[in-house]
Design a binder for this molecule. Structure first.
Ligand SMILES: [Zn+2]
Length: 71
Protein backbone atom coordinates (compact mmCIF):
# COMPACT_ATOMS: atom_id res chain seq x y z
CA UNK A 1 0.00 0.00 0.00
CA UNK A 2 1.30 3.44 -0.88
CA UNK A 3 2.05 5.94 1.82
CA UNK A 4 0.47 9.36 1.58
CA UNK A 5 2.68 12.38 1.06
CA UNK A 6 2.99 15.95 2.24
CA UNK A 7 1.02 18.27 -0.10
CA UNK A 8 3.93 20.72 -0.15
CA UNK A 9 7.18 18.74 -0.34
CA UNK A 10 6.02 15.15 -0.97
CA UNK A 11 7.93 13.74 1.99
CA UNK A 12 6.03 10.79 3.42
CA UNK A 13 7.23 10.96 6.99
CA UNK A 14 5.48 13.01 9.63
CA UNK A 15 5.32 13.36 13.36
CA UNK A 16 2.49 13.67 15.84
CA UNK A 17 2.64 15.33 19.24
CA UNK A 18 1.15 14.77 22.66
CA UNK A 19 0.41 17.19 25.48
CA UNK A 20 4.04 16.98 26.68
CA UNK A 21 5.23 18.00 23.20
CA UNK A 22 6.80 14.59 22.72
CA UNK A 23 6.93 13.41 19.14
CA UNK A 24 6.52 10.12 17.34
CA UNK A 25 7.61 9.71 13.72
CA UNK A 26 4.88 8.14 11.61
CA UNK A 27 3.79 7.36 8.09
CA UNK A 28 0.20 7.40 6.79
CA UNK A 29 -1.06 4.66 4.53
CA UNK A 30 -3.70 4.79 1.81
CA UNK A 31 -6.45 4.07 4.32
CA UNK A 32 -5.46 7.14 6.37
CA UNK A 33 -4.09 4.95 9.13
CA UNK A 34 -1.20 6.46 11.12
CA UNK A 35 1.63 3.96 11.52
CA UNK A 36 4.61 4.57 13.85
CA UNK A 37 7.91 4.17 11.98
CA UNK A 38 9.37 2.46 15.03
CA UNK A 39 7.17 -0.49 15.90
CA UNK A 40 7.77 -0.06 19.62
CA UNK A 41 6.29 3.44 19.66
CA UNK A 42 2.76 3.87 20.99
CA UNK A 43 0.34 6.50 19.75
CA UNK A 44 -1.72 6.44 22.95
CA UNK A 45 -2.22 9.98 24.18
CA UNK A 46 -1.04 11.56 20.94
CA UNK A 47 -3.15 14.03 19.02
CA UNK A 48 -3.76 12.35 15.67
CA UNK A 49 -5.92 15.13 14.23
CA UNK A 50 -2.88 17.24 13.25
CA UNK A 51 0.27 15.81 11.70
CA UNK A 52 3.52 17.68 11.07
CA UNK A 53 5.72 17.15 8.03
CA UNK A 54 9.36 16.20 8.65
CA UNK A 55 10.48 17.79 5.40
CA UNK A 56 8.96 21.25 5.63
CA UNK A 57 6.83 23.44 7.87
CA UNK A 58 3.52 21.96 6.74
CA UNK A 59 1.04 20.67 9.28
CA UNK A 60 -2.59 19.72 8.87
CA UNK A 61 -5.14 16.97 8.81
CA UNK A 62 -4.78 13.52 7.31
CA UNK A 63 -7.28 14.33 4.61
CA UNK A 64 -5.01 17.06 3.23
CA UNK A 65 -2.27 14.59 2.30
CA UNK A 66 -1.49 13.72 -1.29
CA UNK A 67 -1.56 10.27 -2.80
CA UNK A 68 -5.02 9.28 -1.68
CA UNK A 69 -8.02 8.57 -3.85
CA UNK A 70 -8.36 12.13 -5.09
CA UNK A 71 -4.89 12.81 -6.44
ZN1 LIG B 1 6.40 18.73 3.70
Amino acid sequence: MRNLKCPQCEVHRFHVKNELNERVVVTVNGRYEIIPVHATDSLIGFDLTVIYCLGCSWSGSLKSLRGGKHS
